[in-house]
Write a protein that binds this ligand. Structure first.
Ligand code: UDP
Ligand code: MN
Length: 545
């Protein structure tokens, strides 16, 4: 996209804005339910709204707006103030930046390139490697090649492009970019980012100090609708037992340093990463067996720690990342996430791998999920002489709490009616109910040999709120309480249960049962004197029950 065209477009937009103001005619919302228009686009004509909505559906973010914004806009400097006083050496390792994409908008990709070129010292930026994961958008084929040619005429050899001949998913796209790169350090980014001021120097000087550190910048969020920048506070990157990534609070010893510029030790990484190019190869790059999306970042996090590297988030390096409203390429991420999570569990998690099966509600025997061949990853683990997962969770990630007493899990049904399952009930609220079985996380239960019965998706992290079934002994409703609070308050949270028997509270001796409502004819979940009802839980561990 040429500068001239952009300026013209912006003028057009300005003019149409003025027209609206003159007419003072409020526009009718064409798509009142679209998240795109909840705080953006009041001034658009009907036709403009239709165009913007179409692009939004296709990309998951506001391409209409992106096409009207300049390729370089000034972003708020989101660094902690002391970062601005830091001086970095002139002589730092060189940098290859890898941008991977599958059907991203051209203006988005070019804004990423522009900010990288303008905000990285030119003597350090060796190349930008674009990896096209077999996009189908026509504008990303010939027209993009043309853009690259024009660009390289001004900056010889700066832009490279690698094109997959079939869709391989983001992990292989990142690996392809790494293979094609040649500088001392690689940074692998999403295509929908804008790097902020002096983003590269903290990364390069930290890797110069220690080649075994894998780095994440701090992401700020570009809102998908109005492209406003939302500043995020620095955090560590972690995950839950389903291996979804999440933010963790910063370790205590970081605060003790009293230096807001200091690297933050992190159990894992969100996806975007920087590494010494050779070290990244030595430690096994990424697991090429991962499909489409998810899990590859956690695999890297665990592997790096267990095999002798470390992971850090750098508060002075800021990358603004556009969080999409939806992923056009994969409506349900959980399909590939679940499969990829099993690869991580099988290769890296030793006796703790059960936790991943519990979190996804997958049986150990006949899981019916083909997670592919993991033999080469197991060999890599051996070759690198890596530590155990037990070491990792005790030393690096104590917030991740294993459960050792789970003996049965999954949905729970009463023999009176096989179509309904125990369900955590409305949130907020603490009354479990019977509901048509769908098997998603609100209907996951976990029975422990010690007598606790968890209801609702497994969290099992320090300070997270797994909820335990309790009987107050009064009234007819069972109650869900945070398990740690139930323990502290000595609530009646222990139950006797074996497969196909009653569920009896050890203290109150009342039973968890269902009764048919006279009016609605629906079943309610109640505590009452035992009438001999029996329960079945979906999966059992070893020979329990
Ligand atoms: N991507 C890819 N191939 C795929 C899916 C995604 O190359 O099959 C790219 C995508 O264009 C983006 C990056 O991978 O640059 C990360 O994907 P996304 O931004 O959707 O993930 P998120 O940042 O939301 O986790
Ligand atoms: Mn992204």
């Amino acid at each position: 996209m040429s500068k001239r065209k952009l300026v013209d477009d912006i003028k057009l937009l300005e003019n149409s804005k003025n027209e609206v103001h003159e007419a003072k005619k409020p526009k009718k919302k064409q798509f009142p339910d679209s998240p795109l228009f909840s705080r953006w686009g009041e001034d658009l004509t009907n036709d403009q709204q239709i165009a913007a909505q179409e692009l939004f559906i296709k990309y998951g973010y506001n391409v209409y707006l992106s096409d009207h914004l300049p390729l370089e806009r000034s972003l708020k400097d989101t660094r902690p103030p002391r970062c601005l006083e830091k001086k970095y050496p002139h002589d730092l390792p060189t940098l290859s930046v890898i941008l991977i994409f599958f059907n991203e908008a051209t203006s988005i990709i070019f804004r990423a390139i522009t900010t990288i070129v303008n905000r990285t010292p030119s003597h350090l930026l060796k190349e930008i490697v674009l990896v096209d994961d077999f996009s189908s958008n026509e504008e990303l084929k010939g027209p993009l090649d043309e853009h690259i040619k024009n660009y390289n005429a001004k900056h010889p050899g700066l832009l490279k492009i690698v094109r997959h001949q079939k869709r391989k998913g983001l992990t292989e796209a990142r690996i392809s970019g790494w293979k094609a790169s040649s500088a001392d350090v690689v940074v692998i980014l999403d295509a929908h980012i804008e790097v902020n001021l002096e983003w590269a120097e903290p990364i390069l000087s930290r890797i110069k100090e220690d080649r075994t550190v894998i780095i994440s910048p701090v992401f700020d969020n570009i809102r998908f609708d109005d492209f406003q920048l939302v500043q995020y506070t620095a955090a560590a990157d972690g995950f839950d037992w389903a291996l979804w990534c999440l933010y963790e609070s910063v370790p205590e010893d970081w605060y003790a340093l009293k230096d807001e510029t200091a690297p933050i030790r992190s159990p894992s990484i969100m996806g975007i990463l920087a590494a010494n190019r050779e070290f990244f190869g030595e430690i096994g790059v990424l697991d090429a067996g991962m499909h489409i999306y998810g899990g590859e970042n956690v695999e890297l996090g665990i592997r790096v720690w267990q095999c002798g590297g470390k992971i850090e988030v750098l508060p002075c390096s800021r990358v603004a990342h556009l969080e999409r409203a939806h992923k056009p390429y994969l409506p349900d991420l959980s399909v590939s996430m679940k499969r990829n999570a099993l690869r991580v569990a099988e290769v890296w998690m030793d006796e703790y791998k059960n936790m991943v099966y519990y979190a996804w509600n997958i049986p150990f025997e006949n899981p019916e999920i083909d997670y592919g061949d993991v033999s080469s990853r197991k060999e890599l683990r051996k070759k690198l002489n890596c530590k155990s997962f037990d070491w990792y969770i005790k030393t690096v990630y104590p917030n991740l709490v294993p459960q050792t007493a789970i003996v049965a899990y999954g949905t729970m049904k009463n023999t009176l009616n096989k179509d309904i399952c125990i369900d955590q009930g409305p949130i907020p609220g603490n009354t479990p109910i019977m509901y048509n079985c769908h098997g998603y996380s609100p209907q996951h239960t976990f029975y422990h040999s010690t007598g606790e019965l968890y209801v609702g998706g497994l969290q099992s992290r320090r300070n997270a709120g797994d909820r335990c079934l309790t009987d107050s002994g009064k009234g007819e409703l069972p109650i869900l309480e945070r398990c740690d609070e139930a323990t502290a308050k000595e609530l009646n949270m222990h139950w006797d249960f074996k497969q196909g028997t009653a569920v009896i509270n050890r203290k109150t001796k009342r039973c968890l049962e269902i009764v048919k409502d006279q009016v609605s004819l629906n079943y309610r979940l109640v505590m009452q004197n035992c009438t001999g009802q029996d329960w079945h839980i979906q999966h059992t561990v070893k020979n329990w029950g």
